[in-house]
Ligand binder design. Sequence first.
Ligand SMILES: *[C@@H]1O[C@H](CO)[C@@H](O)[C@H](O)[C@H]1NC(C)=O
Length: 243
Amino acid sequence: MMSNIFSLCLSFSLLFYVAQGATVTFTNNCQYTVWPGTLTGDQNPQLSTTGFELAPGGTNSVNIPSPWSGRFWARTGCSNNGGFTCDTGDCASGQVECNGAGAIPPATLVEITVAPNGGQDFYDVSNVDGFNVPVSITPQGGSGECKTSSCPNNINDVNVCPSELQVKGSDGNVIACNSACVAFNEDQYCCRGDYDTEETCPPTNYSQIFEEQCPDAYSYAYDDKSSTFTCFNGPDYAIIFCP
Ligand SMILES: *[C@@H]1O[C@H](CO)[C@@H](O)[C@H](O)[C@H]1NC(C)=O
């Protein structure tokens, strides 16, 4: 009898847990391996994985609780020579797991804020910290707008990323593109100081390059997309690298 009651309680709590969470499924459509990183914002505990390897064609799913807020990104050119390091998106943990450390810019970021109890989720793709890998996020299920947010183009192309923003690998190829804020650290590009509101921080000639390539992604901090990507009723999410 005790054990029946116990398993009943366990079943209910499992049901509750499934109903409250979301599953994020990562797919790597790039022709190269990526090492996704996960970072839970604020004081929350980190997810069950904070970093893993994803070969070309590979998929992996991670559960996120509700409510939750955090970000995902891809690392590239990783190797383990007396410590795990990556050419782009490195989190400097020295391991495949990032353990609460975020991406060192430049990196394309996927940001999600999951509402409690099936409320309004927010999600986006951001080039505010620059670009390294094309990525998209699409809610699965849910209700409302639930549009795909995507940065599908390769901004690393030498004809796209201005030379003053380029990050080059040891072979001389462009492996990432800095945002102007990351490259120059000036208030007008970082929307700080006299430029710290949407009105006083207009797009710049640099943010426009990101906007042209990836109009669905944030090109700079006050890019006017704050209410564009929303979904209700607890969708799952599909994140695709090189969509
Ligand atoms: C952007 O504008 C700045 C300041 O006017 C200029 O120095 C720079 O060359 C421009 N860059 C591009 C890529 O247009």
